[in-house]
Design a protein around this ligand. Structure first.
Ligand code: CO
Length: 180
């Protein structure tokens, strides 16, 4: 089932998410819906809070170029990462990456992040997992985990860029209202 993605500046996005206690049907339904929603809107990551569920749950599904061409663009489910109660246990290095977010549609900006991260999390069955990630995948982990703390990526922008964004965004929301 497709769920609605809430967009900036909806105050729900500022909520701090809570840990999942039960790895049950309800969690599996949430994960399935999140995956369907993310693919529908063409995202590569989604945190539960973006569908208004304040739980420490996120999914990441990065396109892999080789597989994309072999499988006629069909996204393989094997690439899907489902993470419950994730914690970053190690961060290293630095990189700048052009990020976007389904909650801030059509806006991209370069953000500085750690180059490598080690993450501990649980899969949908409550089994503990560890993953080392770098480059785009490390960025995706850090971006999605930021959502769980009630923050969005534009908060990392330097002051003037942030101001410029807020001005553009206000104008965009105004124009949307007018055209409705
Ligand atoms: Co996002």
């Amino acid at each position: 089932m497709l769920r609605d993605i809430i967009t900036y500046p909806n105050p729900i996005l500022r909520k701090k998410s809570q840990n999942v206690e039960e790895f049950d049907e309800k969690l599996h339904k949430l994960l399935d819906d999140m995956n369907e929603t993310m693919l529908h809107y063409g995202g590569v990551g989604l945190a539960a809070i973006q569908v208004a569920v304040p739980l420490n749950v996120l999914i990441i599904n990065l396109p892999i170029e080789d597989e994309l061409s072999e499988d006629n663009g069909k996204q393989l489910d094997e690439n899907l990462i489902e993470a419950i109660n994730p914690v970053i246990t190690k961060k290293d290095g630095e990189l700048v990456f052009n990020e976007g977010c389904l909650s801030i549609p059509d806006y991209h900006a370069e953000i500085k992040r750690a180059q490598n991260v080690t993450v501990e999390y649980f899969n949908r069955y409550g089994q503990k997992q560890t993953m080392e990630a770098d480059e785009f995948l490390a960025v995706a982990w850090q971006h999605e985990m930021e959502h769980l703390t009630g923050h969005v990526f534009i908060e990392n922008l330097p002051y003037l860029k942030r101001k410029k964004f807020e001005k553009q965004w206000k104008q965009k929301l105004k124009n949307q209202k007018k055209s409705k």
